[in-house]
Design a protein around this ligand. Structure first.
Ligand code: TXA
Ligand code: MG
Length: 325
């Protein structure tokens, strides 16, 4: 307990080495210049904050892997500001791609497509496909447009940790290596984007997220397939333990007295956080709540299992991964 508390206190001290900047013409220009010239910037999106770099610059991309401690075989998502920019990084423009992009971009949907040669192998971990999305956040769209390059950005957390959903939640071990953390306020979705693979014969869901399976199926007019679990390195979101706080997480039906964690009950006990019942509001506050308990040095986090509804699929996915199931 003491160790964890010390670590948390040290985290706060380190955060002074991190530059958090609000949106302004100056910060936008500086962020765009940094990205264009091989630097790194933490950018807000509607899902989670991303550790951004020029997707076409292999050495900038390598820095991102190093800082995150992420294995090089895990491909990054490339962020663009306009649909027209897709042609510069992806080959395919299939009917499914067109329908999904038109319906959900800007938004929390990532499409995996055949890549153009201009996208370096470092960005796609050697795959001949590239994951792309247009984030629904004006500040980042302005920075990406002004940089004039596609921006590769994994979530701005150390490998396997919790993704930050506010500028203050960016881990100092990431924040100290970037030109700045651009503060775009709390993320309204709060969980990473849905990833759909459109590169094969049949569209498949690789990671559940802000856009539900049913919403995607309604647009493409047929059911989505799953990726078989053993091909783990095609999607790091598929590691058994991932998106995890430092504390051990346990899923339970109801929190008992004295148990620290997340509950739906009206609670007064310290160490218990009441979560919203609305699935979107729950998703938007989940990582923040887990992070808060982590910072307090809690060793076990008990989480009351949210209802098994399609709207909660992404929340269940992350909770199961955080608990190592
Ligand atoms: O919401 C999000 O997606 C956030 C924000 C910053 O945009 N980004 C994010 O990035 O969550 P990251 O690196 O933590 O997760 C990227 C996901 C992984 O599951 C990865 O395997 C998948 O996208 N991915 C990327 N490129 C791929 C490819 N070519 N084929 C299959 N999966 C790919
Ligand atoms: Mg991530």
């Amino acid at each position: 307990m003491v160790d964890r508390k010390n670590r948390a206190a040290r985290g706060y001290a380190e955060s002074r080495r991190m530059r958090i900047e609000p949106a302004s013409p100056e910060s936008i220009k500086e962020a765009a210049d940094a990205l264009r010239t091989g630097g790194l910037v933490v950018l807000p999106t509607e899902t989670v904050y991303g550790l951004g770099c020029n997707a076409l610059d292999p050495s900038a991309v390598k820095k991102v892997y190093e800082i995150k401690g992420r294995p090089m075989e895990n491909p990054l998502i490339v962020h663009i500001a306009d649909i027209d920019d897709l042609g510069s990084i992806a080959e395919s423009w299939t009917e499914d791609c067109e329908k999904l992009a038109k319906r959900f971009w800007p938004g929390p949907l990532t499409l995996v497509l055949h890549k153009k040669k201009s996208v370096p192998k470092e960005t796609t971990a050697g795959l001949d496909t590239v994951a792309v999305r247009i984030p629904d956040h004006n500040l980042s769209l302005t920075v990406i447009r002004s940089a004039g390059i596609p921006v590769a950005a994994p979530s701005a957390n150390p490998f396997m940790g919790l993704s930050p959903t506010s500028a203050e939640d960016v881990d100092p071990s990431i924040g100290e290596h970037v030109t700045m953390v651009l503060d775009g306020g709390p993320c309204k979705v709060g969980l990473e984007s849905t990833v759909i693979d459109l590169s094969g014969d049949h569209p498949r869901i690789l990671r559940p997220g802000g856009v539900t399976r049913a919403q995607v199926q309604a647009v493409i007019g047929r059911p989505l397939g799953h990726l078989p679990p053993p091909t783990v390195n095609r999607s790091p979101g598929m590691y058994p333990r991932h998106y995890a706080p430092n504390a051990r997480l346990h899923l339970v039906e109801k929190l008992e007295r004295g148990q620290t964690g997340l509950t739906f009950q009206d609670c007064e006990e310290s160490g218990q956080i009441k979560m919203p019942e609305d699935p979107q509001a729950y998703a938007a506050s989940l990582y923040r709540a887990l992070k808060k308990l982590d910072i307090e040095g809690v060793e076990k986090i008990y989480v009351e299992t949210p209802p098994e509804t399609p709207e909660c699929a992404a929340v269940h996915d992350r909770l199961e991964k955080a608990s190592g199931n």
